[in-house]
Ligand binder design. Structure first.
Ligand SMILES: NC(=O)c1ccc[n+]([C@@H]2O[C@H](COP(=O)([O-])OP(=O)(O)OC[C@H]3O[C@@H](n4cnc5c(N)ncnc54)[C@H](O)[C@@H]3O)[C@@H](O)[C@H]2O)c1
Length: 245
């Protein structure tokens, strides 16, 4: 990734942070986008400590003006955009459809699906030919997670957006893929799991017998953005320890 520049949303924690660190380790300059400025600054500090190049950029992916300005700031900082990982999202579980308010449904779709749409909308015109985008969906973008209607609907939507963008922008030499992690140990996951036996349940129902690390999920996104994946576009890649099988 030497000589390349790009951005990762939600890079203040979990999978996004791990992806930003890995891009930088491979020699890319990375804009660390997050709604949490302190968390983004921490990621930048981790990257700089290892000799990498990064800049923190505040963004709320659910807000159009904020997304446009964050993408423009990335391009201004590094003079171009070669890759983007649209990873920021929010969880929403433990609620059956009829128990969910319209407000909650719309909020989850707004952040996860509309947020990804907005990122794509402003990244695609600025992306260099040969560039690549990865949207972080979920195994919940491929099949049901019980009691997670809004999250699953939004993540299926992200897989759909990914396929259309891949087809529409292929002629410009731009690749667009999705990564669909299974249960992954991150601060975000741990928050959802608090007070439940969710972690043990996930381990028991995963053929590899454990949850993914943030680094394992991030590695797939970094690979899909790299030239090593130059003929791969429009896919939704499961990183799930064999669950889908
Ligand atoms: N951890 C899992 O088990 C798992 C599984 C499948 C998919 N995913 C997906 O992976 C992505 C990352 O998840 P994670 O577990 O690393 O989460 P995390 O909660 O650890 O990190 C998410 C980051 O996104 C940021 N963020 C949240 N809302 C934002 C917004 N509106 N604008 C900008 N930044 C925002 C947060 O501040 C945080 O730094 C999410 O899209 C999630 O749905 C996670």
């Amino acid at each position: 990734m030497k000589g390349k520049a790009g951005l990762v949303t939600g890079a203040g924690s979990g999978i996004g942070r791990a992806a930003a660190i890995e891009f930088a380790r491979q020699g890319a300059a990375v804009a660390v986008l997050d709604i949490d400025e302190t968390a983004a600054a921490e990621t930048v500090e981790m990257i700089e400590k290892n000799g990498g190049a990064a800049v923190a950029v505040l963004v709320d992916i659910a807000d159009e003006r904020s997304v446009r300005s964050a993408v423009e700031r990335t391009v201004a900082a590094y003079g171009g955009l070669h890759f983007a990982v649209n990873n920021a999202g929010m969880a929403s579980h433990h609620r059956k459809l009829d128990e969910m308010t319209l407000d909650e449904f719309e909020r989850v779709v707004r952040v996860n699906l509309t947020g990804t749409f907005l990122c794509l909308k402003y990244e695609l015109p600025l992306l260099a030919g040969g560039g690549a985008i990865v949207n972080v969906a979920s195994n919940g973008g491929l099949y049901a997670i019980p009691s997670a209607p809004a999250y699953v609907a939004a993540k299926h939507g992200i897989v759909g957006l990914t396929k259309v963008a891949a087809v529409d922008y292929a002629a410009k030499g731009i690749r667009v893929n999705a990564v669909c992690p299974g249960p992954t140990r991150t601060p975000g996951f741990d928050q959802v799991a608090v007070g439940t036996d969710l972690i043990a349940m996930q381990e028991a129902s995963t053929p590899l017998g454990r949850m993914a690390t943030a680094e394992e999920a991030a590695a797939a996104a970094v690979w899909l953005c790299s030239d090593a994946a130059s003929y791969v576009t429009g896919i939704a890649l499961s990183v799930d320890g064999g669950r889908r099988a």
